[in-house]
Design a protein around this ligand. Sequence first.
Ligand SMILES: Cc1cc2nc3c(=O)[nH]c(=O)nc-3n(C[C@H](O)[C@H](O)[C@H](O)COP(=O)(O)OP(=O)(O)OC[C@H]3O[C@@H](n4cnc5c(N)ncnc54)[C@H](O)[C@@H]3O)c2cc1C
Length: 471
Amino acid sequence: MLSRIRVRLSALESIGARAASTASSSGKQRLVVLGSGWAGFNVARQVNKSLYDVTVVSPNSYFSFTPFLASTVTGTLEYRCATEPVRGIKHVNYAQGWANNINFSKRTVEIEPALSPTRDATSDDLKASKQSVPVDKQHPYDLPYDKLVIAVGCWSASFGIKGVTEYAHFLKDVRDARAIRNKILERLEQALVPGRTEAEQRNLLQFSLVGGGATGVEVAAELHDFVRQDVYRLYPQLKDLVNIRVYDVAPGILMNFDDTLRRYAEKRFAREGVEVRPNSTIKEVGPDWLELEGGKREPFGLLVWSTGLASNAFIKSLKGLKKDEKTDSLIVNGQLNVFDEHGQSIPDVSAIGDNAMPQGGRLPATAQVASQMAKYMAKTLDASAKGTEIAAIKEFKWKNRGSMVLIGENRGLLDRSSQSISGPRSRLAGFSAWLVWRSYYMTLAMGWRNKILIPIYWTLAMFFGRDVTRF
Ligand SMILES: Cc1cc2nc3c(=O)[nH]c(=O)nc-3n(C[C@H](O)[C@H](O)[C@H](O)COP(=O)(O)OP(=O)(O)OC[C@H]3O[C@@H](n4cnc5c(N)ncnc54)[C@H](O)[C@@H]3O)c2cc1C
């Protein structure tokens, strides 16, 4: 496009990075990290900034602490408890933008600024991901790198089912959590409008979730607690009209958990009135209904869709790299370097997190894997800056530390039956697992601000209820 202006040097100066042919003016190598999620944010935090001039490129100026997102949906935690600002990492430059392309021979990344005063995102890709961050397509620029880490994650999968991107909510980010929370509160108020029939009220208060994995289950559990603890108190007229339902194509929920734990969760849900609909295939979604295989339509007032991951459009569009045919993930070697299309590894370009797939096979798309990869990457980058040959660096090995999930009413599940670290292969269900979940994620919260805020919000929610203001 003719109107496109490449403002290479000025743009780089404006974000604090310095353009030079081989290294920054500080004499350090330029490390560009694409993405500010579990993988990208942790590399930027952990890499030695006296060895690299680090720039993080992401449309989000923050890191989303995804395990807390379900709690922010109902107000058990406030949104800020689930974010950390990228600019809070000392000695790291930040460029608010989308990586659009990579020129491997020139060693530059084309960036489209993610801020536009004139228009909102309209591309189908953005709509599909519900990542409604404005894009400034008029002012792309090239950002040079010496080392590049690709950590842009994945997007939510809709499996091409008609109506999902238009009418369902995904949950990937605090913006999604905010939209869901507002919708819940809106539905409660709408249900109280005089003249509504009971059937209309029930339809508005039908909170449906598609996907019985950890995210769907945690949102259902949070909704249940919100209804029991806050709707009963604040909207007593509606307490018997709210229904929470979880659909899944699989024969049950939490299929990657140990069988006894799964059954425990299903029993708890049954007792708490959370409806589980296994073996349900959804064919189409409308503004306030979903259609199941066989043609039956069921109403909803809120639909949260968490059925897995789809390839990030940027990764999909990247040319010249070896990708997994099925998932489009970037295939990486033991040191997490990507391969060119001829199968040669590219030592200065790495991929980590959900968008990467080790040669040996895909690892779970979890924060656990992404943060272990990030830790390894930071160490590898430091070692390479100090002159160690990449090939001589010990290969990345994921250590499975088990899985956890919350199931409501101060209960959780902890499954360490398949862990690959030392320690008991324990399974826990109930209050003790809930306590482990809270203590573990509390200690993982990165900044001191959140380490202080999180227990305060948990306590406030417990004693005074959740905040139901909508804005
Ligand atoms: C609600 C929820 C709860 C979860 N709970 C858990 C849990 O309890 N335990 C667990 O282990 N895992 C959990 N996960 C999974 C975990 O969050 C992901 O596996 C993890 O976020 C992957 O990290 P990542 O850095 O690869 O990608 P992400 O965290 O998705 O980060 C990708 C980053 O790249 C940015 N980006 C995207 N496109 C571009 C582009 N073109 N250019 C530049 N930047 C771009 C995004 O804005 C984002 O900052 C949960 C996930 C969700 C959604």
